[in-house]
Design a protein around this ligand. Structure first.
Ligand SMILES: [Ca+2]
Ligand SMILES: [Ca+2]
Length: 549
């Protein structure tokens, strides 16, 4: 029997969406009137109606049209009106909201007030296990929060065993996410509780954040998760071989290509870097013994490679990167294969790849000329980093960033079943691991590896990223094929959330959110992710439904 969840997965036949605000809306007076009305409504505690874009307290075809001209780029909505345009409160305005407005007009979906801002998702999810000891905790909100919210140490904190963990918090620049960065490793094998005080935060209209997902502003919410073990188990080891992603001609038979083993690559267990570590030998082989049992997190550092020709040296020349992975070992076995296959390929990051991110303007990152020369399909592929968006866990802004193409067959570990990217792009930095907001990217629109067919202009696909915090590939959001058919570019509000590994799968179904949500007692609650009611963690549900079954 087909699983019910499958019904949520389909190719989205959506219209191309608003990309760059270029138009001027003639009705600026009307806009001012609506904003005044919004403010007045808020002051009198009567909240505006979702979908009512012109302030007449009803949702009609006029509102539908207004949302459509926002999406086609003719007249962008003000930030306040965008609150009302996001009918399904998933943090994005797209064709799903157009459909939802139509449903309101038809009476299929109830007319309702703008709800208080709520928690759209958390990372880790409530109840998640095996969490890396170096992973921050992220809260994503259904609406951007007010810029007046300062985060006190009592508004957001993590604790274990009655002790608060040293941390600092930071809003994303779009005010839609708040991250708690830990200034010390999380305790291993521990249940961590992160508390958030909804009364300490408010949305743009001043409504406190509904952290419990019960429709009532304010309150105190929490997320609990369990951290991974780093206890070494005697008689337990994990083995593998590290090769360069790039093959070289076989010196004995030039028609063949052979692997280049990388010696001197350092492998460490996150949270036990000084004690649980090893280095690859002349054949690229390593045995990490002892190691923890179960799923644990490691870093593979290709920057320490020793058997390389001249011209390879981090950070001023070409280099092999530093990557995070989640591996699994069965206790009592010394032949556990790293990443499942025991084969780890590291791509050579060409000299000239990294460039300094501007603090005052957008930085457009492209491939170095030499890379494009050897792969013309990469011409025009770009990553646009907003000013100052790159930062380190300690809050320091700036750094250097670059992109490099990687063969999907020669990644640090095999792709999970169902993912057949024609190309993987790695976003490398000289250390900083965070983007302050989703960073837009365009991929080349390459043919599907199975069918050989590329998507048509206007078609929808999805951006996938490897979340090194969770150790999984996750959908970031929708992309649209450009009108010339050459690129797949992210939709507004979608982008790369962190450096690392990213791909586009031409034939991967884009996951629709679940059907129009009937009012549900747990809608919007991050507890939903455990119960699967679909109100909270849609992307995570989609991944589970589309890929892992
Ligand atoms: Ca209206
Ligand atoms: Ca929406």
């Amino acid at each position: 029997m087909e699983r019910k969840a499958k019904k949520h997965c389909s190719q989205l036949g959506l219209q191309p969406q608003f990309r760059s605000p270029g138009g001027t809306w003639r009705g600026l007076t009307a806009l001012a009137a609506i904003i005044a009305w919004l403010v007045a409504s808020t002051a009198s505690a009567v909240l505006p109606k979702l979908g009512d874009m012109n302030g007449d307290n009803q949702v009609t075809v006029l509102d539908l049209t207004r949302l459509q001209i926002h999406l086609n780029g003719t007249a962008p909505l003000s930030p306040e009106l965008q609150l009302l345009g996001d009918i399904n409160q998933d943090g994005l305005i797209n064709d799903l909201d157009v459909t939802a407005i139509a449903d309101i007009i038809l009476g299929i979906r109830p007319l309702r007030e703008l709800p208080p801002p709520g928690i759209l998702a958390t990372s880790p999810m409530n109840g998640e296990g095996n969490v890396s000891l170096t992973r921050g905790t992220i809260f994503r909100f259904t609406q951007p929060l007010a810029t007046t919210n300062a985060v006190s140490t009592n508004a957001l904190y993590a604790e274990f065993g009655g002790r608060r963990i040293l941390s600092r918090s930071e809003f994303s620049s779009d005010r839609r996410a708040l991250t708690l960065f830990y200034l010390e490793p999380l305790p291993a094998s521990a249940r961590i509780r992160v508390t958030i005080d909804g009364d300490a935060f408010a949305g743009m209209l001043g409504t406190k954040v509904d952290v419990k997902g019960n429709g009532i502003p304010g309150g105190t919410g929490f997320v609990e998760f369990d951290t991974a073990s780093i206890s070494a188990i005697s008689g337990t080891a994990i083995i593998g071989t590290v090769y360069a992603s790039e093959l070289v001609p076989d010196p004995n038979n030039l028609t063949n290509s052979v692997n280049v083993p990388l010696a001197g690559v350092t492998i460490t267990v996150d949270g036990a870097e000084e004690t649980l570590r090893t280095v690859t030998d002349a054949n690229g082989f390593f045995q990490l013994k002892p190691c923890p049992a179960g799923r644990f997190f490691v870093h593979v550092d290709g920057r320490t490679v020793t058997n390389v020709p001249s011209g390879i040296r981090y950070p001023d020349m070409a280099y092999y990167p530093f990557i995070g992975k989640a591996w699994e070992a069965v206790a009592g076995y010394t032949n556990n294969l790293a990443g499942g296959s025991g084969l780890i390929y590291l791509p050579l990051i060409q000299q000239g790849t990294l460039r300094t991110v501007s603090m005052i303007s957008n930085t457009v990152v492209t491939f170095p000329a030499g890379v494009v020369a050897s792969n013309p399909a990469l011409a025009g592929v770009s990553l646009t980093i907003p000013a100052g968006a790159l930062f380190s866990d300690n809050g320091q802004r700036g750094g250097r960033v670059g992109i490099a193409p990687v063969s999907p067959d020669r990644l640090p570990e095999p792709l999970p079943p169902g993912l057949t990217f024609p190309l993987v792009i790695t976003v490398q930095t000289d250390g900083p691991g965070n983007f302050g907001e989703p960073v837009p990217i365009c991929f080349p629109n390459l043919p599907d590896r199975n069918s050989g067919v590329a998507l048509s202009p206007g078609a929808k696909t999805a951006l996938w990223s490897f979340n090194h915090g969770s150790g999984r590939w996750e959908v970031q959001g929708a992309m649209t094929i450009s009108s010339d058919g050459l690129f797949a570019c992210v939709d507004p509000g979608v982008g790369i959330r962190q450096p690392g590994w990213h791909g586009v799968n031409p034939n991967t179904p884009v996951c629709d959110p679940p059907p129009p949500p009937p009012p549900h007692p747990c809608e919007g609650s991050y507890d939903c992710c455990r119960r699967g009611c679909g109100g909270g963690i849609r992307i995570d549900l989609c991944i589970a439904e589309c890929i892992t079954d």
